[in-house]
Every structure is written in C-alpha cells, then in structure tokens.
Design a protein around this ligand. Structure first.
Ligand SMILES: [Zn+2]
Length: 60
C-alpha cells in the first residue's frame, strides 16, 4: 500500500506531486492525463463504492 499515494487512482500509473493533483473526493492522486475525464469520474465512483463497504448508510 506504500505506493498508493504515488499512483494515479484512475490509470494506476506512477505519479509525482508535480504531474498529479489530489482528487479531494476520494483523497487519492490523479495524473494530469486522467484529471477531469469520464474515466476519472468512473474510478471515483468505484473508489467510493469500495470505501462505502465499510460504512452503513441508511440514506439511500
Ligand atoms: Zn492517470
């Protein structure tokens, strides 16, 4: 898990702080290539879905 903060959560490519931005929704880095794309939105949703496994929300 040590590399997670240095890997784009969309395409899984290694990134640095210089060529990536933090996606504040999932708190994971996203590279410049994936930033703002539909792929980013999809990966964002998947990341949130996997996080949601640890929570029980009665609001849906
Ligand atoms: Zn990427």
């Amino acid at each position: 898990m040590g590399d997670l903060k240095n890997t784009c959560f969309v395409c899984k490519k290694p990134v640095t702080s210089e060529n990536s931005e933090m996606n504040t929704t999932v708190n994971l880095p996203v590279c410049a290539d994936c930033k703002g794309t539909d792929a980013e939105k999809k990966a964002e949703k998947e990341a949130l879905d996997s996080l949601a496994d640890g929570f029980v929300c009665g609001c849906i």
